[in-house]
Design a protein around this ligand. Structure first.
Ligand SMILES: NC(=O)c1ccc[n+]([C@@H]2O[C@H](COP(=O)([O-])OP(=O)(O)OC[C@H]3O[C@@H](n4cnc5c(N)ncnc54)[C@H](OP(=O)(O)O)[C@@H]3O)[C@@H](O)[C@H]2O)c1
Length: 292
């Protein structure tokens, strides 16, 4: 059995239907049963922070996929999953992680959890994606209503990757042994700067401008929007990293899945209504606004 933790998240929701097409039974530990459950997936309602729920979910699990949302309890929750997985005799853990860097707190957290997996002697595949294409949907209301978005990365290129490609890689990792022991840095086909993202939207018919801000100004704006302080710090750390370390694409998605990673232009075309006033939600909706 494959246990999926984070099956309602951006990557997990794309992973479940892919896994359901394979013969191995799939269980998803969810805090709330989804409105549209994936046929063939067994849903267990429980919190990964509750030892009993975790133990029950892990009973009979040979492999675990772990995608934990960012937040103040992430380290504690992920370490508890690793510990319980080791006790339950899990053979292989596929962890949604992040590219290695010491200057980003969330990346340090992921590194600590990766070390715990290795120390627990659980076979592993660590998926280290850059920012998801899907993150741009959180900026869509702002772009739809103002025709602009802001950041601090200037002309520096950013690696981005489609969450569906991460799910494709995770599917291979969970249904074959080909990725065991690997740490895979996942990107799309090209690194694009924010001005290039704005140009892409403009060329698709949604005129868009990128406005570069000093970091203190972006921090001020995000604080004013009511974003939690850990998230504001994270956005600024990630964007600072982009300015200081050049990002270049990897070939990992193709090497693992056999197909090219999805490009950003296709993603934006697919989701264009969200970036235009007709299809837009109100800016500053309930989801945190972040480009990371
Ligand atoms: N977004 C990016 O650009 C990016 C880039 C690199 C790495 N990452 C890493 O990717 C991970 C997030 O992946 P994602 O974007 O797919 O996740 P997501 O959309 O934020 O969803 C997080 C998932 O975690 C689940 N969860 C949170 N707390 C839980 C708990 N106590 N018990 C059980 N489930 C719990 C959520 O369930 P509920 O539905 O119940 O909330 C949800 O399914 C993070 O660790 C992040 O650092 C993200």
């Amino acid at each position: 059995m494959i246990l999926v933790i984070g099956g309602t998240g951006t990557v997990g929701a794309a992973l479940l239907p892919r896994l359901a097409a394979h013969p191995a039974p799939v269980t998803a530990l969810v805090r709330t049963r989804p409105a549209h459950p994936v046929p063939g997936v067994r849903y267990l309602v429980g919190d990964a922070g509750e030892p009993n729920a975790l133990r029950t979910a892990l009973t009979g699990a040979e492999q675990v996929f772990l995608a934990m949302g960012n937040g103040p309890r992430q380290r504690e929750l992920e370490l508890a999953v690793v510990d319980a997985s080791a006790r339950a005799g899990v053979h292989h853990l596929v962890k949604l992680s992040a590219p290695a860097t010491d200057t980003v707190a969330v990346a340090r957290l992921h590194r600590d959890v990766e070390h715990a997996v290795v120390a627990a002697r659980i076979d592993h595949t660590f998926l280290r994606p850059y920012a998801f294409h899907q993150n741009l949907l959180r900026l869509a209301p702002m772009i739809a209503h103002t025709g602009m978005f802001t950041g601090t990365t200037g002309d520096h290129p950013l690696n981005m990757v489609d969450a569906r490609d991460i799910a494709d890689v995770a599917t291979v990792a969970l249904t074959t042994t080909s990725t065991r022991g690997q740490s895979l840095v996942l990107t799309g086909p090209e690194a694009l700067s924010y001005p290039q993202v704005a140009d892409l939207l403009t060329s698709l018919g949604r005129p868009t401008r990128y406005v570069d801000l000093p970091p203190e100004r972006l921090r001020h704006d995000l604080d004013r929007m009511g974003q939690p302080s850990w998230l504001v710090d994270h956005i600024l750390e990630i964007q600072n990293l982009t300015r200081t370390h050049r990002e270049t694409p990897t070939t990992a998605v193709r090497a693992v899945t056999g197909h090219e990673p999805r490009g950003l232009a296709d993603f934006l075309r697919e989701h264009l209504p969200a970036f235009t006033s007709q299809g837009a939600a109100r800016p500053g909706g309930e989801r945190p606004i972040t480009t990371t």
